[in-house]
Design a protein around this ligand. Structure first.
Ligand SMILES: Nc1ncnc2c1ncn2[C@@H]1O[C@H](COP(=O)(O)OP(=O)(O)OP(=O)(O)O)[C@@H](O)[C@H]1O
Length: 240
């Protein structure tokens, strides 16, 4: 499979407003694709659409060759929402085993996932007593059980210190090297350098779909933020 996500003519309305007016994009397999854009640009809405929890007004969204939201995709996609969705009063191991049980995956897959996020030493600790970064990694471990082909992560590094952010991006690279595909949203532009490919969103529209080197060459900017601002200027000039 060349593309893990294929979206054509997607329109999403939320609270009476058109959030994604007409979005078409593909996400290639085996890569870390960064979904970048300012707050409110529609990143979470797009992610919710991909995992099949967003009502869609128009368009087609194919994920791993099936329509988004198909029951068969449940085991094939790992999804981490912005707020860690783990239980404070359970240990790391109990949390991840709970998610494994829901998927019908063996409990050994929970231990593998805990090892993948480097929390084996904390497996017996209550999640409520962990740091913010450790809690984020428990959510990620929960998404990793069952060995999903596609990981969809909504701002997984928000609020983390630079060392933890670097470690998590290292983990994303390793997961992609093992053949998984990742769609990772962020509003931190310097995280663009960690992605194989970038989707820049602004006001519900794709401003760019390219690698960082391509973007820098196209705009003459020296970093992702500069490239993003240059693209906004160009789009505004073109609209005048
Ligand atoms: N539950 C909701 N009901 C109605 N409108 C919503 C809802 N959630 C988000 N929106 C609107 O949809 C638009 C896109 O929001 P979305 O959360 O997708 O953006 P985002 O790029 O993920 O932002 P952030 O980086 O702040 O998470 C915003 O204008 C927002 O006001």
């Amino acid at each position: 499979m060349n593309n893990v996500i294929e979206i054509e003519g997607l329109r999403v309305e939320r609270g009476g407003r058109t959030v994604l007016p007409d979005l078409s994009v593909v996400v290639p397999s085996g890569q870390v694709v960064g979904l970048l854009g300012p707050s409110g640009s529609g990143k979470s809405t797009l992610i919710r659409t991909v995992v099949g929890v967003q009502v869609v007004a128009a368009g087609s969204v194919q994920v791993l060759g099936e329509p988004a939201g198909s029951p068969g995709l449940r085991h094939r996609i790992g999804y981490v929402t912005q707020d860690p969705s783990v239980y404070d009063d359970l240990s790391v191991r109990a949390n991840v085993r709970y998610f494994a049980a829901m998927l019908g995956a063996p409990s050994s897959s929970a231990d593998d996932a805990i090892a993948a996020v480097d929390l084996t030493d904390h497996a017996d600790a209550l999640v409520g007593r962990l740091s913010g970064g450790q809690r984020s990694r428990v959510s990620l471990a929960a998404a990793l059980v069952g060995d999903p082909e596609l990981l969809v992560l909504d701002e997984p590094t928000v609020g983390l210190d630079p060392v933890l952010r670097r470690d998590l991006w290292g983990l994303f690279d390793r997961l992609a090297a093992q053949g998984r595909s990742l769609l990772v949203s962020s509003h931190v532009m310097d995280e663009a350098a960690r992605c194989d490919r970038l989707l820049l969103l602004r006001e519900g529209r794709v401003l760019a779909d390219a690698t960082l080197p391509e973007l820098l060459e196209r705009t003459g900017a020296t970093d992702a933020e500069g490239a993003f601002l240059a693209l906004i200027d160009r789009a505004e000039e073109a609209a005048r």
